[in-house]
Design a protein around this ligand. Sequence first.
Ligand SMILES: *[C@@H]1O[C@H](CO)[C@@H](O)[C@H](O)[C@H]1NC(C)=O
Length: 488
Amino acid sequence: MGLLSGDTLGPLAVALLIFLLLLDLMHRRSRWAPRYPPGPTPLPVLGNLLQVDFEDPRPSFNQLRRRFGNVFSLQQVWTPVVVLNGLAAVREALVYHSQDTADRPPPAVYEHLGYGPRAEGVILARYGDAWREQRRFSLTTLRNFGLGKKSLEQWVTEEASCLCAAFADQAGRPFSPMDLLNKAVSNVIASLTFRCRFEYNDPRIIKLLDLTEDGLKEEFNLVRKVVEAVPVLLRIPGLAAKVVPAQKAFMALIDELIAEQKMTRDPTQPPRHLTDAFLDEVKEAKGNPESSFNDENLRLVVADLFSAGMVTTSTTLAWALLLMILHPDVQRRVQQEIDEVIGQVRRPEMGDQALMPFTVAVVHEVQRFADIVPLGLPHMTSRDIEVQGFHIPKGTTLITNLSSVLKDETVWEKPFRFHPEHFLDAQGRFVKQEAFIPFSAASRRFASDGGRVLSSCADSDAVIFLPWSPGQGQGSPSSTSSPQSGLD
Ligand SMILES: *[C@@H]1O[C@H](CO)[C@@H](O)[C@H](O)[C@H]1NC(C)=O
């Protein structure tokens, strides 16, 4: 036991400390690169973890932006992070350097939920073949189902009737619409993935919503941030399950729903929904180890659609309701346009938007003002890039402050007010705005201004399933053909 006697323990500890500090230095050498963005000095090992409250980073970030400018750096334990603020910086990174910023940081925690080399889902997939393959699949499938017997559009309008009926059932009593909005949106996603809808009191949809909510909370806790930054910690047996219990249960529920569809699948019939279409691809890809069509990925793709589509959409709809209550004049004009173009009898159709510039502008303004994904999802550089004169090395996590673009004071006339005129010209025609990026920009963005809203889910930093695809049919070229959309 001489080795661990008092005499040797001291030097051993010193050696260990030196080793750790060296390791730490190695991980932050990017800070000394010329023209690396400025930022607060990180502590050894912890980096800036203690300087920024990651559960509610807004106040500390605000201070940092005032002190260091629109592009600043942080050290999240051993991960270098650069935060981008304002239209100019975000556009330069995501649009101008779109190829080199479309990657995502490896989501270490998700490996414990089944995420792997050929099973990455869509939203958090690394920028590569598996993501490309799934994007293509989603686009084609969504287009095909749009042409099917019952198009997605019909599913949406039918669900909207059920939602209105449920609202009417409240008989004028005050209630929170959030739960019903979540269920209605889930049903639209379920129609796409399973061609089914749940009654609003079905225990499974209640469970699905509860788990989604709890799973979302798990994204933001501190332990989660630490294990993400130091993934080695996840080797501690049982830790991963402790960090994301709700997300694990959510995946188990998705597995159940998929298993049900597999049981009722009739292989002689054409695919009923996205899950069937995916299973056909799995069969086709049998024996091809390169393919991302496998059972492990199916559950992730379906889970992505639910987890990213549901909350974003229902939150936006809740904002829309609130803003209509707060701005009765706007509500009146929207109602008037609806009455004129659609009337009180038939259901709305996508094509109606072309004749409803005011309503379309209001939908855009709701999304801009509500600003529901303020920091987007993190990107990662796959090559050294230059942004606003700063050098950002390969492998840096990028946080794009979408909020700073949606409320950029140099772009918008009244950034902090609800002002539908932001999207209208003097003649009352709808106008697009470059700074309208509620769901990020370029390759990973959600193409909010063309084609079906759904058709772009494969690309987005978040997914939204609004009954209205904002901006469609305004005589503007479809985003699918623009070089920046990343859809081609
Ligand atoms: C993002 O921008 C908003 C508005 O400019 C600001 O309040 C917030 O602190 C910024 N967040 C980060 C992470 O820089």
